[in-house]
Structures are given as C-alpha cells and as structure tokens.
Design a protein around this ligand. Structure first.
Ligand code: BTN
Length: 240
C-alpha cells in the first residue's frame, strides 16, 4: 500500500484523534468509530461496515500559504477512487462532500495538529446501514453497497484510496492547486443553484467552480460572478 504504515483498531473514538500521535504517511483505520467528528464539529456516525480512516501527510514547507486547500485535494482523491470502482456519478459539493444525486456517500475532515503534519480524515459509507441514518443526518445518506453489487471490500477501497491520496498529494505539493484544478472542475459535475451562509448573511447563485485560491464562485441572478472566501463560509447548501 504505497509508503503508508497502516494502524487498525476494531473500535476507536475518532481516527483523526488517533492519527495525531502517528508520524506522517500513516493510516489510522477502525471498524467502528464511536465519537467520529464531521466538519463544524458535527457528529459522524461510524457503524461497522463503513470505511473510517485518517491519513497523515507531511507538510515539509510549513510556511506555504495554500495548505488550507488540502480538503479540495482530498475530495478529488476520493472521487478518483470511486471512479476507479466505476462509480461514475459521484460528485463533489464544495468543499469536499461526496454526493451521488443528492445523497451523501462520503465526508472529509482535514485537521492540522502541528505545523508540519496534516490529517485527512475520511468517512465512506460502504456496507454500513445507511437506512438507520434516515432523519439523523442533514443530507440523506447513500452507500457503495447500494450502488454496486457485489459491494467491494473495505480493504480494496482503502488500498486504492491511499494510492490516490498519495498521488494527488504529491502533485499538489509540487504544483499547488493549479496542478489539480482541471480535474476538480470535472468533479463538481453539476452546477446547481446554491446558498452560501456566512455570519454576514446568505448569498444565492449558481455555483460555478473555484477561484485560484479554492474559494467558491457563484453567478448571481444579475449575472455577476462573486467569490466568497472559504474561511467565511459556514455552509454551502444546494437549492434542489
Ligand atoms: C463531514 O462530512 O462533515 C466530514 C466527516 C468526516 C468523517 C471522518 S470518519 C474518519 C475521520 N475521523 C473522524 O472523527 N472524522 C473523520
């Protein structure tokens, strides 16, 4: 599995927490995650059958100002992985929710416990019971098991995902966001009307990709294209 060192547990609180004490190029995976976290500290339910995993990557140049774009890279690596299992209709919703139709297949939480290491935490619904999540999660949930028959093994998905993360990370460290931006454009797939919530108020327009810094751009009703700084965004909602 590339140059990764794999650590596995039958049960863990959060693989992102376990990953903090690991060295770069480690993988922390558990079968059941009891206190998984999503973005904005939302709980993430990690029942048996899903892939609950964190990857640690080295930030050799801690002064680089674009490490905040790692979540975009991680989303793209996950899309690469799903496409290689022939899930062609998986797409990204900014910054990195992975959806099929309007249902959530996977989520990503990137954290930076020290200046020279980042943790890419990924949760993918595979054979876990997503019907049990009905009404609990903000987005309806879908799993790979509902899309593919036979459902691939967690270990096979992890193997491909780790290769895709490694390869996208290496391109990004060498070429920055520009090295992955064309592929990211494909990964947004559908340009829907969205509402972007910030502390200063909401903005609505058609999502039309990202600017060179990874901030989402929307086309407003009057035709004006506006980008909103990612760090100001509380939530981006697709208006179905
Ligand atoms: C989100 O969609 O809000 C992000 C969800 C990220 C969940 C994964 S599961 C593995 C890793 N450990 C965590 O506690 N969270 C991430």
């Amino acid at each position: 599995m590339g140059n990764w060192t794999v650590h596995e547990w039958p049960e863990a609180s959060s693989t992102n927490d376990l990953a903090r004490s690991l060295t770069p190029w480690s993988i922390a995976r558990c079968d059941v995650q009891t206190s998984g976290r999503g973005r904005f500290n939302r709980p993430w339910i990690g029942a048996k059958g899903g892939l609950w995993v964190s990857f640690t990557v080295p930030l050799h140049d801690p002064g680089r100002t674009d490490w905040g774009q790692l979540p975009l890279l991680a989303g793209l690596a996950l899309i690469d992985c799903l496409r290689s299992f022939n899930i062609q209709n998986a797409r990204l919703r900014w910054p990195n929710d992975v959806l099929v139709g309007n249902s959530k297949l996977a989520g990503i939480l990137v954290e930076r416990p020290s200046k020279d290491m980042a943790i890419i935490g990924i949760g993918v619904n595979i054979a876990n019971d997503v019907d049990a999540l009905y009404g609990i999660t903000k987005d309806p949930a879908i799993s790979i098991g509902k899309l593919l028959s036979p459902c691939p093994d967690i270990s096979d998905i992890l193997k491909v995902l780790s290769q895709k993360i490694e390869s996208r990370f290496l391109s990004f460290t060498q070429g920055g966001l520009a090295a992955i931006s064309e592929d990211l454009k494909q990964a947004w797939m559908i340009y829907k009307e969205v509402t972007i919530q910030t502390d200063a108020g909401d903005m609505t327009g058609v999502f039309c990709g990202i600017d060179p810094s990874g901030n989402p751009a929307i086309k407003e009703k009057n035709g004006k294209i506006t980008t909103i700084s990612g760090h100001l965004i509380n939530r981006l909602i697709e208006n179905h």
